[in-house]
Design a protein around this ligand. Sequence first.
Ligand code: ZN
Length: 587
Amino acid sequence: MDAKDEIKMRLPIDQLVSQYCQLKRKGKSFVALCPFHNDSKPSLLVSPDKGIAYCFACQSGGDVFSFVQKIEGIDFPAALKLLAEKVGIVLPKEGSREHKPSVSKDEKQRLRECLEAAQKYFAARLDSTPIAKEYVLKRGVTTALQNTFGIGYAPDSFSETYEYLLKEGFSRAEIVAAGLGVQKDLDEQRIYDRFRHRIQFPITDAQGVIIGFGGRTMGESDAKYVNSPESILYNKSSVLFGLFQARDAIRKTHRVVLVEGYFDAVAAHKAGIENVVAVSGTALTEEHVKIIKRYADEVVLCLDQDNAGQLAAGRAFDLLSKAQLRILSVTLPAKDPDELVQRDPELFRTILSSQAVPYVDSVIARLKSLPDRTQPSGKQRIAETLFPLLASLPSSVELRAYLDKAAAEFGVVASEFAQDFRVFANALSVPRVTRVKTALKEAPFSTAELSIGLALLYPVCRPLLTELIPFTESELELVRTGVAAAPADTDALAVILPLPIDPLLRERLQVLCLYCEENFPSWSESLALREARKICMAANRELVVSRQISLISELREARSKGRADEEARLLTQVQQLLKLTQMAAGR
Ligand SMILES: [Zn+2]
C-alpha cells in the first residue's frame, strides 16, 4: 500500500472535514455548509463510503487530498505531507527507491533552505544595524511585528550576504537560483548581492514557507522595491504578501482587505486589522483572485488614495467581480493605510470596520464631486468611469439598481442614462446576457459521464453502455468498457477502484457517483433503464455533433489548401459518421 492509500484508510473523509466544518448526519452520509462558497443551505456532501466530500453548488472538493488542498490553499505534495503528519505515518524520503527520483524537489528544498538562512541573516543584521533598526521602529514596526513578518535588513554591501550563505554551505548556483545573488554575465565569475541596503520582507506561500523577498529602500528613492526574480519557487503573479499571517483572520471574517505596500500590510496588523494582504510590485492578477476566492467572499479595497491607486482599484474591481466576489472600498483621510495608522490607528480601525461601502457607490460618490458633472465634459467622464464598472456587474438586478441610483445622483433622466449605458454595453464584444446563460447551463458532468454514473449506480443499466459510440479519450473509454462488463453484483466503488486509470479521473468518477446518488435516488429498475437510455442517446447525439463540427472544419482546411488525399480521407470519415448518426437516431 502506498502512502496515499494508507492515509485514505486511516483518515476517513468525515473526520477530516469535521475539523473545518460542522457536519450533520443525512442517511449514511453527512452534509455541511460548504466552506468554499457563500453557502446558505448545507451544500457540501460528505460520503464516508466513497471517501468524497463535494459541493455541487460550487463544484469543489473531492477526496481527502483534494479537500485539504482546496481548503488550505496548498498543492498536492504539501497536502500529502500535512495529512501524513495528521495520521502519523512517515513518508518515504524523497529520492529513495519507493519514490520516483525527483531532482527538482531536492533542488526546491535546497532553495527553501537557502532563503530560510538568508532570512535569519537579514533579521540578525536588522538588530545589529542601528540606522535600519531605527528606521523600522520610526515607521511604527515594533519588534513583535518584525518577528511576525520576519522582517530584516540586507547590508549595504555587494557581497556580505553572498559570502555568509557560502559559509553556510550553499553553492554559488543555489544562491543565484534562490534569487539572492546576481551573476552579471556568464563570463564574469563574480556574484553580487541582489539586495543591498534594504529592508527585507520575506515573501511566503500560504503555509509560511519563504519563497522570495521584497526589498524596500529606506526612504523614497526611485527603485523603491526590489523583489526576488521569478524562480522555481516564486511566481509573483500568484503570491499575496501577508497571506500566511492573515489566513486565520480571513477565514473567520470571509473578508480580505487589499492594500498596496508591505508597510501597509504590517501597519494594518498593528492597528488590529489582521485579514489583510498586499500585492506588491505587481498589479492584481487572475491568479491572485483565485487565491482570494479560496478564503473569502468579500474584498475591501484599501489602496493608495492617489490617481494610481484609483486606477489599480478599477482594475481590481474588474477582475474580482468576474469571480463573483463582493467588492467594497474605503476612503482614507491619508495617502495610504501606513500613514493613517501611524497617525491614528483607532480611526483606521473604525473606517475599516464600519465605513466600507460597495465599490461602485464609492465611485459614484467621487464622481458626484466633479465640478463639471453637469457639463458635457463631466458627463463624458462619468460615463467613461462608471459604465465599464456597471458592465462587469454579475447580476442584472444590481445593474438596474445602480443605473437608477446613478441617474438620480447625477440628476439625469433614468431612461436616458440607461439608454446611454446600453449603447456602451452593446459596443463591448462579449454580450453580458450570453455570459450569464452559459454559466447557468454549465452542468458538472457531460452526458457521456452521466450515462456512466447511472450505470455505476444502477447495475441494470450497465449493458446499455455498449451502445454508446466509443469515446476518443482513451481513459474514459477504458471506464466505459470496464463498467459495461462489470457484473451486476459489484457495487460502484468495487468497479471503479481496480480500473487502471489516472487517480484524478478515478476521483472524478467517485464524485460522479455521489452526484448521481443525490440527484437520481431510489429509482426502480425500469425507471433507471428508461432514463439511462435517454441519457445514452443524448450522449451519442452530442458526440456525433461535436465530431461533425471538427471534421467539417478539418475538411474545409484540407480543401482550401488543396490537399486532395486528406480531403478524400476526411470525406470517408464524414460518411461513416453519418451512418453512426442514423444508428443513434434509430434507437
Ligand atoms: Zn460550495
